[in-house]
Design a protein around this ligand. Structure first.
Ligand code: UDP
Length: 236
């Protein structure tokens, strides 16, 4: 599998075409951004952690929970072959414990366990700052169909169940996460993008130490160490 033309360079990854029109190669960078790109930096080794962790978790979710994903083959520490999809322009967020924007919006102290997992959507639109959007808005704007949203909600709750169990085994509480979905040419919905400390809040189960991108967002220090710790606990 060969990279041909670069299609896109995002905040954390580059995406390349390949000689197969149905496959792309993703190349993970160490660049980090936060607050709609207003904060910029580098986290040494992050690209390797995110690539290998995301691949491990996608394979686990596929095997154990029958979840369809874009993962095809890990090519190197930073490069993975994925299925070409059209990204559904939604950030799908699940929360098990209050943190971040949820804590701010509803005045709930960070760390408060929620009575049940929440599901929310944000419209993927950098210029608008990824505003929160509800199901009726999504349908009215034609961003996804009802059937697609039902599939997305169903898969997302299974992803939450699978990830909670997986992280529990390695002494980590899954506080919240964001995932994205893609449409294959036949219209079916699959899990795409990444699952990593950039996109999940991961707290040590015992000490509640943050092992995720909040260390970068909030200038807490030991950012590289936190990513390396998750990598190690995953057995990578
Ligand atoms: N998240 C993400 N990308 C975004 C916004 C949020 O991956 O553009 C993840 C974030 O890492 C966290 C979860 O989604 O695990 C919920 O984030 P929240 O809405 O609290 O926003 P934040 O406080 O991160 O701005």
């Amino acid at each position: 599998m060969q990279k041909t033309q670069q299609l896109y360079e995002g905040k954390a990854k580059k995406v390349f075409r390949t000689d197969d029109p149905d496959l792309y190669i993703v190349d993970y960078k160490d660049d980090a951004t936060a607050f709609d790109g207003k904060k910029k930096g580098q986290i040494a080794g992050k690209g390797v952690v995110n690539n290998r962790m995301s691949n491990l978790l996608m394979q686990y979710l596929s095997r154990q929970y029958g979840i369809p994903t874009h993962f095809v083959e890990e090519l190197s520490d930073r490069e993975t072959v994925v299925k070409r999809v059209e990204i559904v322009p939604l950030e799908v967020i699940v929360r098990n414990v209050a943190a971040g924007s949820f804590s701010k919006r509803f005045g709930v102290e960070e760390g408060t366990k929620l009575l049940q997992p929440t599901l929310e959507f944000c419209l993927k639109d950098d210029a608008l700052g990824d505003p929160m959007i509800n199901e009726s808005h999504i349908l009215a704007l034609g961003k996804a169909t009802k059937q697609e949203l039902d599939t997305i909600a169903d898969i997302t709750m299974k992803v939450n169940e699978g990830l909670i169990a997986f992280f529990k085994e390695i002494g980590i509480d899954l506080i919240d996460f964001k995932i994205e979905f893609g449409r294959l040419p036949d219209g079916s919905i699959i899990l795409a993008d990444e699952i990593s400390p950039d996109t999940c809040r991961l707290w040590d189960s015992e000490t509640h130490e943050k092992l995720d991108k909040d260390r970068f967002r909030r200038d807490m220090g030991n950012v590289e160490e936190a990513y390396a710790e998750v990598f190690k606990r995953l057995g990578l």
